[in-house]
Design a protein around this ligand. Structure first.
Ligand code: ADP
Length: 334
């Protein structure tokens, strides 16, 4: 796994659990979504009813799961967790839905990956608080309607546009999470350091934030690695020198690029003179699958304005040459 990957595995989820904000007021940044959500929740609490269903969209690691947990905590209810890929059949979802208790929050991660029949069952459950449980098979099958207690569905998706419109329309509130500013990440890091019981210098926090790709999950992960370095090779203090030394060990550069990102950029500039070059050729040159380059390295390089996509292939921008400390070839040159 790459240290700058935005996703998390189960082991990391355990380390993350300790750092999760529990209440809305602890949730750093995302001021707009936080404010809107706070209104939705307070209104529901005042009415004594379940709030509208909530859809959270945005890239991995920005706090969708955390917000789902916060929603349940703020409502004083419990959270049930499932995900699109975990639901193989509509019956699996019917089982989860029919076991919900009144007012509970059902979190469906990666909701855009639900299979069609499950999706249709979910529309009905969200709209009418009802599911049809199918008993029997083939011609003898019949649907028994089952009414559900009111609940709140919280869906998370990396792109709201991936959801079919009928499902999207069932959510009364959609919050879009954006990448965090360096300032916000510094606040996330300061909070996390406090929870870990370690002291983190402000300039070390700024250094880590700058390498975290706008993503709290990555910031917290880098913080744990800096803590390791400070304990094992340093004197325990998390200062700027420790942060730089640790992140050098993990090959995370000052703007958060890792070895693969830099290999792609370097190949593009030095082997292909800045492009344009096709994705497949570029991938072969760095010894990776085209899909890996496209999904793992490219999005961040494009977002940072280091790579451009053109109809004739990928091109290095002036910022890419500058970042590598190279001089771009002159216009009309070789
Ligand atoms: P997602 O579900 O969007 O992939 P998570 O909610 O699992 O992201 O967040 C990943 C990690 O980042 C969690 O450990 C959480 O503690 C931290 N995190 C995310 N957003 C924030 C935030 N706004 N403030 C503090 N920590 C955050």
């Amino acid at each position: 796994e790459r240290i700058v990957a935005a996703g998390a595995d189960d082991l990391e989820r355990a380390a993350e659990a300790a750092l999760r904000p529990r209440r809305l007021e602890e949730f750093v940044g995302q001021a707009v979504v936080r404010d809107q959500l706070s209104l939705v929740l307070q209104a529901a609490l005042a009415r004594g009813s379940s709030p509208d269903h909530v859809l959270l969209s945005g890239p991995p690691g920005l706090g969708k799961t955390t917000l789902a947990m916060i929603i349940a905590a703020e409502l004083g209810t419990s959270l049930r967790v499932t995900s699109g890929p975990a639901i193989q059949h509509a019956g699996d979802l019917a089982a989860v839905l029919s076991s919900l208790e009144e007012g509970e929050v059902l979190f469906i991660d990666e909701i855009h990956r639900l299979a069609r029949p499950a999706e249709e069952l979910l529309y009905m459950a969200m709209e009418d608080f009802r599911v049809d449980v199918v008993v029997g098979k083939g011609a003898g099958a019949s649907a028994i309607p089952l009414s559900l207690p009111p609940f709140t569905a919280v869906g998370a998706t990396t792109r709201a546009g991936l959801l079919p419109a009928p499902l999207r329309d069932r959510f009364g509130f959609t919050g879009h999470l954006d990448f965090y500013s360096s300032d916000e990440l510094e606040r996330v890091l300061a909070r996390s350091a406090g929870l870990l019981g370690v002291s983190l210098d402000a300039d070390a926090a700024r250094e880590i934030a700058g390498r975290s790709r706008g993503t709290p999950r990555i910031a917290n992960r880098l913080l744990r690695r800096v803590r390791d370095w400070a304990q094992v090779r340093g004197d325990g203090s998390m200062d700027l020198a420790a942060a730089r030394a640790a992140l050098e060990v993990y090959e995370v550069d000052p703007i958060g690029l890792d070895r693969l990102d830099r290999a792609v950029l370097t190949a593009l500039c030095t082997r292909f003179n800045g492009g344009p070059v096709g994705l497949t050729t570029l991938a072969v040159t760095v010894g990776e699958e085209a899909e890996t380059v496209e999904t793992v390295a490219e999005p961040y390089l494009v977002r940072e304005g280091l790579i451009g996509r053109t109809p004739r292939g990928r091109v290095a921008t002036p910022a890419a040459w500058a970042h590598l400390g190279l001089t771009p070839p002159r216009e009309g040159g070789t």
